[in-house]
Write a protein that binds this ligand. Structure first.
Ligand SMILES: *Cc1c(COP(=O)(O)O)cnc(C)c1O
Length: 320
């Protein structure tokens, strides 16, 4: 039996993050309220340190290391926001970090990770098993592996964003959260079930990568090929054992949206709210728009998960 994290762990994580993570703003938009006929509250994790909520889980996990773990260091595998989150948290805590990244990862992500002081080990994404490389490094050098989502301390840390949102604007009738491997959604579920029992909680995935929806509806973790979608933070192939157990128990439904709908939301955030939001960060709003008929007159939370997108890519996506 897995020992699942609970709301006490989210509260403990909030204590560790206090003074280190930003308490990100909650924003509103009259345009969106009019469009949806609802009152919408955006939790802006695109304005979190390093540009995404992932700082929360990474910093919480590393803060719990004992002295021996701190001396030896942390290893993780990720090409995205988790890599930067681990590298930055490790630097702040004085812990050496090794990041396993595909050799064709975007130059901006590699540079950001290196800029935070992370040591990069590259691999071939078509031939090598990144988890195996991470585990081998951990065994060989005594490093502690912190995976991107399927870890109790990561889940508890991610839950602090929804905790802050609910403490600020509860009661909510519905909350929309981006879903990749499920760390953010599982953490949000722990906070939501403790603070807003009646709030409907939705995970949102790209249409092309609906493994979470398939898993939720079938009751067992479904694995898929790496999906083709612009939502690179949600290109996961499967949920984790911890994340799925919590999602299955606490989430109301998993919805999907198209890449076109994500681009419309990126345009909306830029033009109306003056915010750069990465494609994966738009999943929540895109889903709320899609089911707006069900949200009339309600108080709705939307978690904007991140804002890290290469500027050239951002511009070309907005132009499509
Ligand atoms: C990682 C990430 C997600 C997905 O989070 P999971 O915990 O893997 O479900 C969503 N949005 C952004 C911006 C991310 O970086």
């Amino acid at each position: 039996m897995l020992k699942l994290p609970d709301f006490d762990d989210v509260c403990a994580a909030a204590g560790r993050l206090d003074g280190h993570a930003h308490r990100t703003p909650v924003m509103t938009s009259r345009t969106v309220n009019q469009e949806l006929g609802a009152e919408v509250f955006f939790k802006c994790e695109n304005l979190q340190r390093m540009g995404a909520f992932k700082f929360r889980g990474a910093f919480n996990a590393l803060s719990k290391f004992d002295q021996k773990q701190r001396n030896a260091g942390v290893v993780t595998f990720s090409s995205g926001n988790h890599a930067q989150a681990i590298a930055l948290s490790a630097r702040l805590l004085g812990i050496p970090a090794t990041i396993v990244m595909p050799h064709d990862a975007p130059a901006s992500k590699v540079a950001a990770t290196r800029g935070y002081g992370g040591k990069i080990v590259s691999y071939d994404r078509y031939q090598d098993d990144r988890e195996q490389i991470g585990r081998d490094l951990a065994d060989k050098h005594g490093l502690t592996l912190i995976p991107p989502y399927d870890h109790p301390d990561v889940i508890a840390g991610q839950g602090t964003a929804a905790k802050e949102l609910l403490e600020e604007v509860a009661p909510l009738d519905a909350l929309f959260v981006s879903l990749g491997g499920g760390g953010l959604l599982a953490g949000s579920a722990l906070a939501t079930r403790a603070l807003a029992l009646d709030c409907k909680l939705y995970g949102v995935e790209p249409e092309a990568g609906n493994d979470g929806q398939q898993s939720f509806r079938s009751g067992a973790i479904v694995h898929i090929e790496t999906p083709k979608t612009i939502a690179d933070g949600a290109q996961t192939q499967h949920l984790g054992n911890y994340t799925f157990a919590i999602i299955k128990r606490d989430v109301d439904d998993i919805l999907t949206v198209s890449d076109e709908q994500l681009i419309e939301c990126m345009r909306f955030f830029a033009s109306r709210m003056k915010m750069v939001v990465e494609p994966t960060g738009c999943l929540g709003l895109a889903a709320a728009r899609k089911i707006k008929a069900d949200l009339k007159g309600q108080r709705v939370g939307v978690l904007i998960s991140g804002g890290n997108v290469d500027l050239d890519r951002y511009c070309s996506l907005l132009r499509t």
